[in-house]
Each structure stands twice: as structure tokens, then as C-alpha cells.
Design a protein around this ligand. Structure first.
Ligand code: NAD
Length: 487
């Protein structure tokens, strides 16, 4: 990286097409969570930096919103090609700053690229509708227009995929964008923006302002920002939704999760175990679609648990760039400490710790490692069942029927995703019709978000109306005009 950081390895902001140091002077270290080594420093920008980015986005909106849609789409096609060309580099950057395994990072890049591919369909996606005869000699038509300046606020766990849910589609629809990436994984955001510049994106269409609360509050309160896309933890999502709405903005805020996976006695247990291990411990459990509770139905309780423990024992822990490593570090030392506190809480609450990830050898290394941890006999009264731990900690619950399993899952305040393992179509129907969750998986561990379908949870896992991605994304990033004409 040359232009996107200062000589002191502090990340620059991108404002109006120019990479600039933040004016605040305040910075934080961005460590590699697998080694503790400093990768860069991230500026904690202030309102002045944010205001400059909004000003640049406002200027760019004048011409970008009037640029023909196929011309905008052509830049996205070029961007897609550049992302494909840099796939390996992007995946390595993700592993370095986030810690997840290279294989998972590689998959994340694919999810991001798919968002760009979807956005490149803007000429079709933005089409309106007409009815030639709403009354005698009167016609009516609906036309779509961009909303204006959109602010995007993203979490640490998907440094590429989540920003790509937002800015490619927003920009393809003719909006200009100010991205506030997670201050814990800010490096990839600069590379994504740099490649978009290289694809021919005009100055000011995408701006990047690094930082924390001040930048977020600046976006939420700025009168020129018309819409906010947020992804992150539940309390912040709720705050962003309320504050953004109070300032007259449209807001979509995707929040935290506590996803239940129900395993029926008729399921292929070995296949289920493989999927659950991936969903619970892959990306160190730092996925909004992570499986954090397994609900075993009927007589399989002991057998399934035994298989899960044995599979967890086989997991290779270490630096995600090393081949065969499956479980990387959690994001920060403080997150490791928080996870260990949750493990202690689980023990105090009376859950049975059947696999203790604090004892794995890697946990004594310099990186922020926690091994796969499993609690049996978990109940809804326990904090470890209620809270999103966001780490490789799995709760195990036993019930007698599918109905009981669904009732338990539906007690959670969260409702992002839920999975069912079964061979029985009737079970699938009962599950689909009665579970509270926005993303369902049948015989798979992670019902991953796809660019061309809407994505979000229910209840406290989502604040807003229009979900991310797919047709909902187009709806969110456009506003409509109805024209009724008599000729
Ligand atoms: P986070 O809420 O700590 O941070 C998200 C963003 O909000 C960051 O850019 C951060 O700078 C900003 N922020 C944090 N605290 C703030 C505050 N008090 N005021 C204003 N801004 C603030 O989330 P995280 O730890 O980076 O990400 C993990 C969380 O994101 C988990 O809860 C996970 O479930 C959730 N997540 C949800 C989805 C989804 O689709 N529902 C996807 C990915 C992650």
C-alpha cells in the first residue's frame, strides 16, 4: 500500500478522491490477532474529517446521480474484474487483520464479489413500471432515483463482505457513499476503495472515514446524509436505528444473534457434526450466522455430544495463514478475556463444561486464542444461553420433541438464523412455519447471505424495514416518483 497510509503507517481517509491523514491526530493500533504484531494504526477521525467527506460526497452526487446507469454499471464490471484479479491478496489481508482462516477469508472475498456482480445489474434493477391506462387516456408510471448520500457503518467480523453489502449497490443506484469501517479491521476497506478508484470510480463517490463513535454520530446527525446502513452488535444497532430515524433518515440496522441448530433423531449425525463444527467454531465463532446453541431432540443426546467433542478435539488452532489451521484467534485480547469470563459464568451457572477451550496449547501463545468450548446441560435461565458470546463457545441443550426445541429457540431475544437437521419433510415444514428467524438452514450449518436475496434477522437481530442485499437493497438505496399523465 502506498497512498492509503502515511509514512508512519497510519491509515489515510479517502475524501473526494484524495487519500488524506485524519485531522484528529488520535490513532489506535491495529494488531494481527494471531501474533499481536502491529499491522498499522487507524485514525480515530473527528467531525471535521466526517464533514469533509460528506461535503465531497454531496459535490460528487450532482454528476454521479445523473451519470447514465449503464455507464455506472460498467465501472462495477471493471471493479469486479479487479477484485477477482486480487482475490488472493484480499483474502490474505482479511486473515491478517481479522484472524479467520485463509479458506474462510477466500470464501468471504467470493461473497463480496457476488455483491458487486449483483450491483452491476443496476440498469435492470433500477427499472420502473408503467400502466398505460389507469383511467381513460391517463397513464401512470413509477421511476426510481437515488436517495442521496448514504452512510455505511460496518463490524469487524467481515471486513470485505459486509461493506460490499452496502457501497457497490448504493453507488450503482446513483448514490454517493461515506463508509466508516470497523476500527478493528480497517485495512481492507482502504484496499477495496483503492481498487474501486482504479476501476474508474469518479472522485467523491465513495469516501472512507476511519474512526469510532464521533464519525458514527456525525453520520447519524448530518442533515445531508439521507440513509444509513449499519451492521454490528445489538445495542449499537438499536442506538443507530433510533438516532438515525430521529434525524429523519431511512435506516437499516442489522444486529447480533444467538442462533439455534436443532438436530432430529433421524438426521445424518456425522454430516450434522461436520456442519455444526464449521458453524460453531469456524471464524472463531465470530459470525452473525454462527451456531451458538445445539438443541438435540430425543435419544441422540449423548451420541451427538460425544461426536461433537471428538470432532472439536481434532480442530487445528493457530495462525489462519498456516495451511490446515481451522480455528484462528478472536479479534482482541479484551475479547479473549470477555470470552473466558463467559466460560467462568457458565460454570458458576451450573452448566457442565465438557470441552474447555482455555486448556488448548495455542491459548498460551502470543495471539488471542480460545479453543473450542462446549457446555452441556444449558438452560434458558443462564447468561451463556441468553447473550451473544461471539466466540468459539457452544451451548448444548437436550429436549424431547421438535416443538419443544422450537419453543426454546423462540424464547431468545435474537432471531437472526436457525438450522434444522432432519430427513423428514414434515419436520422441515413445522420448523419453517413456526421458528422465529430471518435466515433458515436445512441440513447445513450456515445459511449464508447471498447478494441476490434479501438478508436479515427478526426481533432484536434487526432494526428497520428493508433488509440488506437483493431487491430489498435496491428498494433501500432508491426512492420512487410516480408520474400520472393525461395525453
Ligand atoms: P460493534 O457494534 O462493536 O461495532 C459495529 C460498528 O459500530 C463499528 O463500526 C463501530 O465502530 C461502531 N460502534 C461501536 N460502538 C459504538 C457506539 N457506542 N456508538 C457508535 N458507534 C459504535 O460490532 P462488532 O463487534 O464490530 O461486530 C460484531 C457484531 O456484529 C456481532 O454482534 C454480530 O452478530 C454483528 N453482526 C451482525 C450481522 C448481521 O447481518 N446481523 C453481520 C455481521 C456482524
Amino acid at each position: 500500500m502506498t497512498t492509503t497510509t502515511t509514512d508512519e503507517n497510519v491509515l489515510n481517509n479517502l475524501i473526494g478522491g484524495t487519500w488524506k491523514p485524519a485531522t484528529s491526530g488520535q490513532t489506535e493500533v491495529v494488531p494481527n490477532p494471531a501474533t499481536g504484531e502491529t499491522l498499522a494504526r487507524v485514525p480515530i477521525s473527528n467531525r471535521e474529517d466526517l464533514d469533509a467527506a460528506v461535503k465531497a460526497a454531496k459535490e460528487a452526487f450532482q454528476s454521479w446521480s445523473r451519470t447514465s446507469v449503464p455507464k455506472r454499471a460498467r465501472i462495477l464490471f471493471k471493479y469486479q474484474q479487479l477484485l477477482v484479479d486480487h482475490w488472493d491478496e484480499l483474502a490474505k489481508l482479511i486473515t491478517q487483520e481479522n484472524g479467520k482462516s485463509y479458506k474462510e477469508a477466500y470464501g468471504e472475498v467470493q461473497r463480496g464479489i457476488e455483491c458487486v456482480e449483483f450491483a452491476a445489474g443496476a440498469p435492470t434493477l433500477m427499472m420502473g413500471k408503467q400502466l398505460p391506462d389507469i383511467a381513460t387516456n391517463i397513464e401512470s408510471g413509477m421511476y426510481r432515483y437515488p436517495v442521496g448520500i448514504v452512510g455505511g457503518i460496518t463490524p469487524f467480523n467481515f471486513p470485505m463482505m459486509v461493506p460490499c453489502w452496502m457501497f457497490p449497490l448504493a453507488v450503482a443506484c446513483g448514490n454517493t457513499f461515506v463508509l466508516k469501517p470497523s476500527e478493528r479491521t480497517p485495512i481492507l476497506a482502504n484496499r477495496l476503495a483503492e481498487l474501486f478508484q482504479e476501476a474508474g470510480l469518479p472522485d467523491g463517490v465513495l469516501n472512507v472515514v476511519h474512526g469510532a463513535h464521533d464519525v458514527v454520530n456525525g453520520l447519524l446527525e448530518h442533515p445531508d446524509v439521507k440513509a444509513i446502513s449499519f451492521v454490528g452488535s445489538q445495542p449499537v444497532a438499536e442506538y443507530v436505528y433510533r438516532t438515525g430515524a430521529a434525524h429523519g433518515k431511512r435506516v437499516q440496522a442489522l444486529a447480533g444473534a444467538k442462533n439455534h441448530t436443532i438436530v432430529m433423531p433421524d438426521a445424518d449425525l456425522d454430516a450434522a457434526v461436520q456442519q455444526i463444527i464449521g458453524a460453531a467454531f469456524g471464524s472463531a465463532g465470530e459470525r452473525c450466522m454462527a451456531c451458538s446453541v445445539v438443541v438435540a431432540v430425543g435419544e441422540i443426546g449423548d451420541r451427538l455430544l460425544d461426536k461433537l467433542i471428538r470432532a472439536a478435539d481434532e480442530i487445528e488452532i493457530g495462525n489462519g495463514l498456516d495451511e490446515n489451521v481451522f480455528l484462528g484467534p478472536v479479534i482482541r485480547d479484551s475479547h479473549k478475556e470477555r470470552t473466558i469470563k463467559y466460560i467462568e459464568t457458565g460454570e458458576k451457572e451450573g452448566a457442565l463444561l465438557v470441552r474447555d477451550g482455555r486448556r488448548d496449547a495455542a491459548t498460551s501463545e502470543r495471539g488471542y486464542f480460545v479453543g473450542p468450548t462446549i457446555f452441556d446441560n444449558v438452560t434458558p435461565e443462564m447468561k451463556i444461553w441468553q447473550d451473544e458470546i461471539f466466540a468459539p463457545v457452544l451451548s448444548y441443550v437436550r429436549v424431547d420433541s421438535l416443538e419443544e426445541a422450537i419453543e426454546l429457540a423462540n424464547k431468545s431475544d435474537f432471531a437472526n438464523g436457525a438450522c434444522l437437521f432432519t430427513k423428514d419433510g414434515h419436520n422441515v415444514r413445522t420448523f419453517r412455519e413456526t421458528i422465529d428467524a430471518g435466515m433458515l438452514g436445512i441440513n447445513l450449518g450456515v445459511p449464508a447471505p447471498m447478494a441476490f436475496f434479501p438478508f436479515s434477522g427478526w426481533k432484536n437481530s434487526f432494526y428497520g424495514d428493508l433488509h440488506a442485499n437483493g431487491p430489498d437493497g435496491v428498494e433501500f438505496y432508491t426512492r420512487k416518483k410516480m408520474v400520472t399523465a393525461r395525453w
